[in-house]
Design a protein around this ligand. Structure first.
Ligand code: COI
Length: 387
């Protein structure tokens, strides 16, 4: 099946491409901002922004909106970043009713700060919320919360190459209650973390263990939702793959243990020797990656055949052996586009191409990041200016 992902124009204001709509700005103005009385000093922050590692330091504030079953979404605010006070009976601690998103704020050369397709993350959060019996947060509220936090912590958006302010919106069941039913109280927060490359080695080819023992999800499960439980399920396989010397794990489908699904936090693509670009089709157990859909579009722009299909592991193994598969890469907001240099499983161990980043992998990564960092025209209308 060829991808026909259309560019979205939702969230665009009348003022011009990428400007947030008046509706979003009105919601943003409803947020109260309570600033920390112990802000990080300029020197300290500059040191933190110098070569930020993924997900290790956080900006001074967080955005927060509460939900009560009888009131809806209330109490929009920005408050100092800090520990949450939770009753030990809080539902999320027992039944894992939690979902999240991953986004980035990019500093452009003129100092402005932009983000990438936030409507898609907002819509996916709403789909995840539905699956986890959490309330849907309207798209405009989601974008407004991100915008207000970025504006408050604008100095935390790094400007060094390939760095960004990673945004982590998340929602959890906050009612103290041990019965197994959807929570009547929910918190939505956005935190921000200045970040560099997701993999410690930078943009170097990673190695992947294809796991035939564990699955992250199954038919009718939560695989398409971005919920913490899916990632918890990936940790033991990931740890075991790491013990074998691999960077990441790739999961097969839970129903037949046959078809490639995704990595623990990234979608996967194959480039074939006829130039076509293949990725596992969305079967309901694979995360609908925003980067994934953008890459399908960019590859199609290059005149490549883009194919979303069920990919049996045997196809991959045969293709790596025969040279029919010339490139493999992983993608996600955090990982961007990460080349894969080696893939192995119980019955095979193969170098991908010559083990170095492939030509299309490198081109797509460059093109995507050029759009995100404002170095290339935003021809699909994907970028939104936050500040
Ligand atoms: C992202 O790519 O933003 C993700 O949410 C994956 C995460 C597990 C790092």
């Amino acid at each position: 099946m060829t991808s026909t992902t259309e560019p979205t124009t939702a969230g665009l204001g009348a003022a011009g491409a990428g400007i947030l709509s008046q509706d979003i700005e009105e919601i943003a103005s409803l947020f109260s901002v309570s600033r920390t009385d112990a802000p990080t000093s300029d020197d300290e922050r500059a040191a933190m922004l110098e070569s930020p590692k993924f997900g290790t330091v956080f900006s001074d504030h967080m955005a927060r909106v509460s939900w009560r079953r009888d009131e809806g979404w209330v109490h929009r605010r920005v408050e100092p970043y800090g520990p949450l006070r939770l009753d030990p009976a809080t539902a999320v601690l027992h039944y894992g009713q939690e979902i999240f998103e991953g986004m980035k704020a990019y500093r452009h050369a003129d100092g402005a700060v932009w983000t990438f397709r936030p409507e898609e993350n907002a819509a996916r959060l709403a789909r995840s919320a539905h699956r986890l019996a959490l309330p849907a947060l309207p798209v405009d509220d989601f974008i407004a919360a991100c915008a207000v936090l970025v504006r408050t912590d604008i100095d935390w958006v790094p400007s060094s190459p390939d760095s960004s302010l990673y945004l982590r919106p998340f929602m959890f069941a906050s009612e103290p209650f041990l019965g197994v039913r959807p929570s009547n109280e929910v918190e939505f927060l956005v935190i921000a973390s200045p970040s560099g490359a997701y993999f410690a080695g930078g943009v170097k080819p990673v190695s992947i263990w294809v796991d035939a023992e564990y699955h992250r999800t199954g038919p009718g499960g939560t695989g398409a939702a971005k919920c913490g439980g899916n990632y918890a399920a990936s940790l033991l396989p990931q740890e075991e793959a790491a013990a074998k010397g691999f960077d990441q794990v790739c999961f097969l489908d839970g129903a037949s243990n046959t078809y490639l699904e995704e990595l623990g936090g990234m979608n996967v693509f194959l480039v074939m020797d006829d130039g076509s670009v293949h990725t596992p089709e969305l079967t309901g157990s694979i995360l609908e990656g925003v980067t994934r859909s953008s890459i399908l579009r960019l590859a199609a722009d290059h005149g490549r055949d883009v194919v979303e299909r069920r990919i049996p592991l045997s196809d991959l193994v045969e293709g790596l052996g025969s040279g029919r598969v010339t490139e493999v890469f992983a993608c996600g907001t955090a990982a961007v586009v990460t080349p894969v240099g080696r893939m192995a499983g119980e019955t095979f161990d193969a170098t991908v191409g010559d083990g170095q980043p492939g030509e299309l992998t490198t081109t797509i990564r460059q093109e995507l990041t050029d759009i995100q960092y404002g170095r290339a025209a935003d021809r699909h209308g994907w970028m939104r200016r936050l500040a």
